[in-house]
Design a protein around this ligand. Structure first.
Ligand code: S3P
Length: 446
């Protein structure tokens, strides 16, 4: 898929106080899973608040190609009529996931337990990302990967197992995508499939499978880890899904409100699942004024309204074990750190190198292009701020990465000089209304 052949540069300028109440789009992780798990249930699953970003739309097309019926009934209101566990049909064409790593990896897992042959592909960014981490356990479960010249990168073909084997698998890195792929393949296997992770990753797969009637047991493992066991071959029963606001999208207006002097912004209905809020914990340690209002439990997740006021920040040391709970938020945290007083060291960021772009290198490059003092030390990112506005004035290469584009636009809202990103089109993969929503708060985005 190459929906973005014409790059659209965008510029952010120093803005006056951001004010207002907003609702960020539905959570991307839950939106992918709602469609995919709905496709594996017998009957109709209704989904409200679905994120209608390009990544999730790619997953909706994929599950339709695999035999599910997907209907958009209104804004964010969707219904999925599933085919049941093991019921996926062989699609006629290649499944093209565009930019979406979660979509492709979870679907690979779901396909691996069905006796069908499926071709997977994606855009230039997704084609660079490692798939061996998914193929390794799926092969142990009996799937075959017909690898193309590129080895374990897309495009590639998976032949699902006729009789999938349940396994116990220790993930080599804390990754909800790997964990979920194994559990989804395990749905088709008889007996128990177990995933062990040394650091707990986001648990939406476990929560939603339970919501659909599967038997999933999650126990603590070691200091920060989990051991998750699924009983295979359940009948998944449709249950309505209400998608909460995405904390990873909320991260951009949160940091913008902290950095632009005089700002006060309320974000409504943001998911505060403990495995997703490492950024909020870290920002609070830095001195951020983020108030949790009206926390409640809705649709199987904790959510809250967050009131954010402009704050004076100080540098902190972010421990490596916090990474899984804020893996997508380091870019915008690095932007916040550029305005803080003193050094912020973000430890253990190896996984950032294999996201939509090499986010470790690209963040450092973007900060340097805007006069911010930073360095990469092994797998750590160090940013040194002097408590004043970052100089800005640079142009940032965004490498087909939505979060790089949004993070550096946030930088520009509070920098001395405007900040330009070379391409803003990929923002549509996760946060199509970003510019509109930020402008509504008073952000100066061209
Ligand atoms: C996701 C897991 C994370 C995250 C991604 C969404 C998910 O990736 O970066 O944006 O929905 O499971 P990893 O599991 O590879 O760390």
């Amino acid at each position: 898929m190459n929906a973005h052949s014409n790059p659209k540069p965008q510029q952010a300028r120093r803005s006056s106080a951001l004010k207002g109440r907003i609702r960020v789009p539905g959570d991307k992780s839950i939106s992918h899973r709602a469609l995919l798990f709905g496709a594996l249930a017998v009957g109709e699953t209704t989904v409200t608040g679905l994120l209608e970003g390009e990544d999730v739309i790619a997953t909706s097309k994929a599950v339709q190609a695999l035999g599910a019926t997907v209907v958009r009934k209104g804004e964010g209101d969707w219904s999925v009529r599933g085919v049941g566990v093991g019921g996926f049909l062989q699609p006629k064409n290649t499944l093209d996931f565009g930019n979406a790593g979660t979509g492709v990896r979870l679907t690979m897992g779901a396909v691996a337990g069905c006796p069908i042959r499926v071709a997977f592909d994606g855009d230039a960014s997704l084609r660079k990302r490692p798939m061996g981490r998914i193929l390794d356990p799926l092969k142990q479960m009996g799937a075959r990967a017909v690898e193309e010249a590129s080895g374990t990168r897309l495009p590639l073909v998976i032949e699902g197992a006729r009789d999938p084997i349940p396994i116990t698998y220790r993930t080599p890195v804390a990754s909800a995508q790997i964990k979920s792929a194994v559990l989804l393949a395990g749905l088709c296997a008889p007996g128990e499939t177990t995933v062990i992770e040394d650091e707990a990753s986001r648990d939406h797969t476990e929560r939603l499978l339970t919501h659909f009637g599967a038997e999933v047991v999650s126990l603590p493992e070691g200091q920060h880890g989990r051991r998750i066991t699924l009983i295979g071959q359940p009948e998944l029963r449709p249950a309505p899904i209400v998608v909460p606001g995405d904390p990873s999208s909320a991260a951009f207006p949160i940091v913008a409100a902290l950095l632009v002097p005089g700002s006060e912004v309320v974000l409504e209905g943001v998911m505060i699942n403990p495995l997703r809020i490492g950024l909020i914990t870290t920002l609070r340690e830095m001195g951020a004024d983020i108030e949790t209002l009206d926390s409640r439990y809705e649709g199987g997740e904790d959510i809250a309204d967050l009131r954010v006021r402009a704050s004076t920040l100080k540098g902190v040391d972010v421990p490596a074990e916090r990474a899984p709970s804020m893996i997508d938020e380091y870019l915008v945290l690095a932007v916040a750190a550029a305005f803080a007083t003193g050094e912020t060291r973000m430890r253990g960021l190896k996984e950032l190198r294999v996201k939509e772009s090499d986010r470790l290198a690209a963040t450092a490059d973007g900060l340097k292009a805007n006069g911010v003092d930073c360095e990469i030390d092994g797998d750590d990112l160090i940013v040194r701020g002097n408590g004043r506005a970052a100089p800005g004035g640079g142009t940032v290469a965004t490498h087909m990465d939505h979060r790089l584009a949004m993070s550096f636009l946030v930088l520009g809202l509070a920098s001395e000089k405007p900040v330009t990103v070379d391409d803003s089109t990929f923002i549509a993969t996760s946060f199509p209304a970003f510019t509109e929503l930020m402008r509504g708060l008073g952000a100066e985005l061209s």
